[in-house]
Design a protein around this ligand. Sequence first.
Ligand code: AMP
Length: 273
Amino acid sequence: MKIFSDIYELIEYRKTLTGDIGFVPTMGALHKGHLSLIQNSVKNNDITIVSIFVNPTQFLEGEDLDKYPRKLEADIKICELAGVDILFTPKSEEIYFEIEPKILADEKKSYILEGYNRPSHFDGVLRVVLKLLNITKPTNAYFGKKDAQQLYLIENMLKTLFLNTKIVPCEIIREDDGLALSSRNIYLSKEERKEALKLSKALKTASKEIIKKERDSSKLKDIMLKILEPLKVEYVEIVDRDFNLLDTIELKNSIILVAAKVGNTRLIDNIWI
Ligand code: AMP
């Protein structure tokens, strides 16, 4: 596995590569969720590039940028074992320039849900993803459905900027008890880890209600909110696949989303219906 931290060295090396290139952007502290994206890429491409970059522009003042878990040595081993060809670990001061055009995510779709309490978060996400795609020029790029709104906004960016990388959405990977894997799970105490299960339990219960023919969003949200008590819920919402709020479930076109704080740790989860 080759490791590049210098952007221009990777750009030069990329020019020598042929065949299908798969790209998996991450912020590191790799877990089985990331691994599933990587495995998907390794299986379906000639070359797989993984990036590890804790992107400062997507963190707001007071968020956990400084204490975000960083585990480069372990991440290198995981990538090597998974058959990654290139690991890219750029430096923030080389990714961003003092003077540069700034891409902004669509306001209607980036200031709701995740963007409501984290305004401009998605501007930072799109800025870095566009840069990373321009550096790696992948055939396929792999993103988790766990970050459903991010996935939607990235797909929208690629479509509307006429970029020809294919986005491959990947299923949410969960622990056996249902907790969605997240780099932030390591912040959870034993007690909080148990409480965190309420997110996946609420989503599972809602999907069971839908199987029993419940279609009313507000009823489903009420059921979920009861299960989530006493967590500090940021939102429980039901949207279609284009992130328009839905009053009524549309089968094969709905996503139920939840964000809640467990202690000081903010967790998100969702289910595609
Ligand atoms: P992050 O390092 O948190 O920025 O995540 C990098 C990529 O991994 C994103 O596309 C996430 O959606 C994806 N990801 C994170 N957790 C999971 C999970 N539990 N299952 C599937 N994909 C995930």
